[in-house]
Write a protein that binds this ligand. Structure first.
Ligand SMILES: CC(C)(COP(=O)(O)OP(=O)(O)OC[C@H]1O[C@@H](n2cnc3c(N)ncnc32)[C@H](O)[C@@H]1OP(=O)(O)O)[C@@H](O)C(=O)NCCC(=O)NCCS
Length: 145
């Protein structure tokens, strides 16, 4: 397994956007707006491949000020879910973010994914809210001490 950063607008990034669409958007009958993707030049894009270079999962990290970074668009291909890929990508993202100088990682977790983030040490913050029409919870973790 290889977990690595990929460049915005590269063919690798395009493949991640397709996976994000399949896993996170299509089931909700939503698409990506061009304006949403245009803003992603500022983000860190992380991809996870198997030994044959098949994309298994990806995520996006968006800096929020000097201390905080948001983990979002976490998607593992259905075939590979519950095989530890989300966990390994999260550990990679936390190490990278810590090296970059961020001290807090947070996410807007879909209700269905809250137990996954809880296992990764994320704590619920505030009350549930709706985003893309489904229930979410803000979850946060200190990644640097
Ligand atoms: C949620 C998701 C990112 C988790 O990635 P994954 O590779 O399937 O998860 P892992 O195999 O690394 O799981 C790590 C641990 O969390 C648990 N877990 C994972 N998803 C879970 C879920 N939905 N509910 C309960 N527990 C879950 C696993 O059982 C595992 O537990 P263990 O360490 O005790 O064995 C992935 O399943 C996914 O892409 N889901 C669909 C899209 C989505 O909901 N994305 C998140 C949006 S906020």
């Amino acid at each position: 397994m290889l977990i690595t950063q990929v460049d915005f607008m590269s063919p690798f990034y395009d493949e991640c956007v397709r996976l994000r669409y399949d896993i996170l958007r299509a089931p909700l009958k939503l698409n990506f707006e061009v304006e949403q993707l245009e803003k992603e030049y500022i983000d860190y894009h992380i991809a996870c491949y198997d030994l044959h270079f098949n994309l298994m999962g990806c995520m996006v990290l968006t800096p929020q000020g000097v201390d905080k970074i948001k983990m979002r668009q976490v998607a593992v291909d259905e075939k590979y879910q519950r095989h530890g890929i989300g966990k390994k990508m999260t550990v990679y993202a936390e190490e990278l973010s810590s090296e970059l100088g961020f001290s807090i990682m947070y996410c807007h977790a879909r209700k269905t994914a809250v137990p996954f983030y809880a296992k990764m040490g994320y704590k619920e913050v505030g009350k549930p809210f709706k985003e893309v029409n489904i229930p979410h919870m803000k979850m946060e973790k200190q990644i640097k001490h």
